[in-house]
Design a protein around this ligand. Structure first.
Ligand SMILES: [Cu+2]
Length: 184
């Protein structure tokens, strides 16, 4: 076989081995199911982004999510948006408990990952590696897909999020502004 054909074949095999991305991907690691990790696009010059996903614990005991990291940002913080006195604020979380058989939803308007110190803009369609750190399971690697705001399912639209319902129904302009800042 010629060297040229060999290299072409190697390329073709490599190209075929690349998984075809789908709109929503789930990742399984042992008893943990990480559902649909996704993010929103961030323009150049904006230092923070967000990431959302769900974690299901199919194991026999409680699991604790301790944090995350990504090469796309200097650090990843867990935040919870809480509304008090009509103003939505972000509260840092050091850990998140997932009960056995339960699912936690890290979603717009509620708990979210903030990507602090983004190293570059995030563009629609882009895949970003994310490492989740669990107390018992250790590190779990997933991939975040940057989705357009239009592609966000109705259930995950910040305006429809159940955890943000009180903000949605009672919120004035100040709240909405605060939430918007939180998401970016
Ligand atoms: Cu935040």
């Amino acid at each position: 076989m010629s060297r040229k054909l060999c290299s072409w074949l190697a390329f073709a095999i490599t190209a075929c081995a690349v998984p075809v991305s789908t709109p929503a991907r789930d990742f399984t690691s042992g008893y943990l199911l990480i559902g649909h990790p996704w993010s929103l696009p961030v323009a150049a010059g904006i230092p923070t982004g967000v990431a959302y996903l769900t974690v299901t614990d199919n194991g026999p005991g409680e699991e604790l999510l301790l944090g995350a990291r990504t090469p796309a940002a200097e650090s990843v913080h867990m935040h919870q948006t809480v509304t008090s006195d009509g103003i939505a604020r972000m509260r840092p979380l050091t850990q998140l408990a997932i009960p056995p058989g339960g699912t936690i939803r890290i979603a717009p308007g509620g708990i979210h990952f903030m990507l602090m110190g983004l190293r570059k803009p995030l563009t629609v369609g882009e895949d970003i590696p994310l490492t989740l750190l669990f107390k018992n399971a250790g590190e779990v690697q997933v991939t975040i897909k940057v989705e357009s705001r239009d592609a966000v399912p109705a259930a995950e639209d910040p305006g429809n999020d159940t955890t943000g319902r009180s903000t949605r129904t009672r919120g004035g302009p100040a709240q909405r502004k605060s939430r918007r800042r939180c998401r970016r």
